[in-house]
Structures are given as C-alpha cells and as structure tokens.
Design a protein around this ligand. Sequence first.
Ligand code: SF4
Length: 333
Amino acid sequence: REPLLSVRDLHTQFDTDDGTVKAVDGVSFDVEPGETVCLVGESGSGKTVACESITKLIPTPPGEITGGEVRFDGEDLADLSSKQLRQYRGGRIGHVFQNPQGALDPVYTVGEQLVEAIRLHRDVSKKAARKRAVELLDRVGIGDVSERIDDYPHQFSGGMKQRVVIAMALACDPDLLIADEPTTALDVTIQAQVLRLLNELQEERGMAMVFVTHDLGVVAEIADRVVVMYAGKVMETGDVYQVFENPSHPYTKALLKCLPGRGRALETIGGSLPDPTDPPDGCRFHPRCPHAVPACEEGGQPAFEDVGGNHEASCVLYGTEHEQPEALEADDD
Ligand code: SF4
C-alpha cells in the first residue's frame, strides 16, 4: 500500500544575489496515515522549504522546485494546476505556520474567516458553516465561543490566535496537517497546551502530520518518526525511540547533545552551517564532524545505511568499507 504522502528526491532552490541556494537537495521521506513525522535540524537545514514544497508554497521566483516527486494519496501533486492545489490546501491538507498573525486577516472576524474557509471547500450554507465554526473553536479550547467568534484576530492572545489557526486548518477534516514550528512563537506553557491539543486532535481524527521543528524536546513529545536534515540533505531517519536511544549519525548525536535536561549541560555544535551557495563535497557535515575520515570529503552525500530496524543513516562509518562503530561508541556519553 502506498503511504499517504511520499516525497521522493525533492529538489528546491532559490536564486540569490550570492548564487543559487539548493535549499532542499534530494530529500525523500514518507508519511503513513495517522503518523507524525518530524523534520528536524538547525535553521538553514531546509526543513521549512521541504514542507513548503509539498503543496508548492514556495515563492516563485526566486524559488523553484527543480526535481523530484510528491505523491499524496496516490496523486502526483506536481501534475495539479494551481487551482487544484488550492483545493488540497485547506482541504485534505491543512497548514499551520509559526506566526499565527500572518495566517489571519486582520479586517475580518475569526468567525467570518472560518466560515469562508469551510465554504471554500464544502458546499454548505452559511448557517451550517457557522455551526461548524462554533464546534471547531470550542474543540480547540476557545472559551465563550458564542462571544468570541465575532472578535477580530487582534483581540486574541498569541496562543489563542494559534488555536484559531489550528481550527481553520482543521475546518475540512484534513488527512494531513503540515505544521511548521507552530509553537515556536508561543511561551512555554502555551506551547505545551498547543502540542497537547494537536496530539489529541490527531488521535481523534486519525490525521497524519508533518511537523517541522528545531526543538528536540518537541520531537520527543510528538513524533512517531524523525527525519534529521542538515544543509538541504537528510542525514538520518528512524522511529523516534530508535533515533533518541541510538542516534547513529554524528550530526544527530551532536544535536542531541544540545538538548538540555538529559543529565548534561547544554552544548552547542562547533562550527556553523556550510555556505549554502557552495556546500562542501562529500558528506555535508564533514567540516564539523569529529569522526570525519578522508572518504567523507569525496563524492556526494554517503548512501543511506541500515543501522537496525526502520532506521537509516547517511554516513560512511556505517558502510561496509569503513565499518568502525567503536569510534562512534567511544563518543557516546
Ligand atoms: Fe562524519 Fe564522515 Fe559520517 Fe559525514 S560521513 S557524518 S563526515 S563520519
């Protein structure tokens, strides 16, 4: 059976004054129905561009999707016209972005915006759409809905606004929710509430999620599977427990060391992301990698190697020629 979403060898680039940035450079991942897949990495890793490319939300120009395939429920999204894609967005595929302000129109009440979102995708009367809007606002935890439905976005706090945006994204019962750092702009308590809400809604509705974050604490809470990205490439993928318990790629290990609350002080990864217009040959992580061997500097990104279970890493240390797991084990704290 085909996955709900299948992204294969996706390439998205941007023309900049400094040259071409291959923001997403051959990224592949699948999402099964009801599953949460977290795309994780530092800023500049390409995770946001990868998720925006799914429904072609890339501004063109300067952006361009130059290759690859995105299949949703068996349909190649690249074949769809912009009108058909708009039907998917906000219909079977919902979006929630980091900044709720940008997703809401300041001149209409939240009720008007919800009713419009519902009627854009469903052939229902205004009255029926308003009834559904009330149900949705209630479900996402907006208290006093009969009062608040006629308020304007600026009358809501940041956390409440994000709840309204989630209600809009859920208006048409999407099969897939794409959430890009949806809690980053919120304070910690509200963040936890919104994550809990997304988890509950997902369980109730059996909806799949692509969740973009740089925060591994959030990943631990929400993910079924993790796709670790670095400089436009996937470094490691696996079940969330496998990746956290047995991080295999040196970049994932370094990221996990940055996670506080695991019995050690917060560390940062030495060095910085490579020049996006001129990434290094070989493994893109090699200039920062404490385990690099000469083979890491040649050719392209290493092939994915199975590191046990449904868990793969793109690193020469797991290849048959350069098998030297002791070097990695010695690094494990
Ligand atoms: Fe490090 Fe080489 Fe593995 Fe890249 S391929 S992560 S540089 S050891």
